[in-house]
Write a protein that binds this ligand. Structure first.
Ligand code: SF4
Length: 246
């Protein structure tokens, strides 16, 4: 009798968890700034089933694990993290209200400090809070951050995502923590609110949803022949995209 390897069990746990997820019926704020065509197809799983690579599942799992770890370390050291995994959407009467939403990693005081008596859960006290956005990236990522200066310049899609959260929450700051998976180094990067990035996210959301409502795919934002965003481990809809033409 063959005994499955431990790797088999570990990978199986990821694929089972993925299969048990309900398909999304909303556009995630974390999708804004990514390819509009891929975002639209993700909302039509019956027509465009996602081809999720095991490599992607492992990568996402590592990202979630890093988020939990970093938040726990902040809290242990006395830095309060509010609104952990809070659902955030656009205000009522906004055309994206409850059609585009997501969960934030948390919110932190503008000047992180020992939080005597503030606690870490429940309603936030009257402090100026910043959106906390945690990223865990492959080796070498921090070099790009050092070259570009800010997260939003190095990876515009992360900027669009975080500043859209800031807009929805009425926050004036975003605090990024970017972890290098290679050696565990974490870089802290604060950005003041950028309305241009949030507006770009709104425009993208409107585009995806209006194309969907019209029963059509959005145009390609990347070139499948040359852009890394179109590689199979990054785009689960590559085959559908190629079949559908430009
Ligand atoms: S293959 Fe590229 S252009 Fe096509 S949906 Fe994916 S990311 Fe977009």
């Amino acid at each position: 009798m063959n005994t499955p390897s431990l790797m088999h069990y570990l990978d199986e746990s990821l694929t089972c968890a993925e299969a048990a997820e309900d398909p999304r019926d909303y556009l995630g704020i974390s999708q804004l700034g990514r390819c509009a065509r891929a975002s639209g197809m993700a909302l039509k799983p019956d027509v465009y089933p996602a081809a999720v690579q095991l490599e992607s599942l492992r990568f996402w799992h590592e990202g979630h694990t890093a988020e939990d770890d970093i938040v726990a370390r902040l809290q242990r050291a006395g830095c309060p993290v509010y609104s952990r995994q809070l659902k955030v959407t656009f205000p009522e009467r906004h055309p994206l209200h409850e059609r585009v939403w997501g969960h934030i990693d948390g919110e932190v005081p503008l000047v992180p400090a020992k939080a005597e008596g503030l606690g870490v859960a429940g309603a936030a006290p009257r402090l100026d809070l910043a959106i906390l956005e945690i990223k865990s990236l492959r080796a070498g990522a921090l070099k790009k951050l050092a070259t570009e200066g800010t997260v939003s310049q190095a990876w515009p899609q992360y900027g669009i995502q975080a500043h859209t959260y800031a807009l929805c929450r009425g926050r004036h700051w975003v605090a990024f923590l970017v972890k290098d998976r290679n050696d565990g180094t974490i870089v802290e990067c604060w950005e003041s609110f950028r309305a241009d990035l949030a507006e770009s996210g709104i425009a993208q959301g409107l585009r995806v949803l209006s194309d969907l409502d019209a029963g059509q795919l959005s145009g390609r934002d990347y070139n499948p022949g040359s852009d890394w965003q179109c590689r199979k481990e990054y785009c689960q809809f590559r085959d559908h995209c190629l079949r559908a033409g430009a």
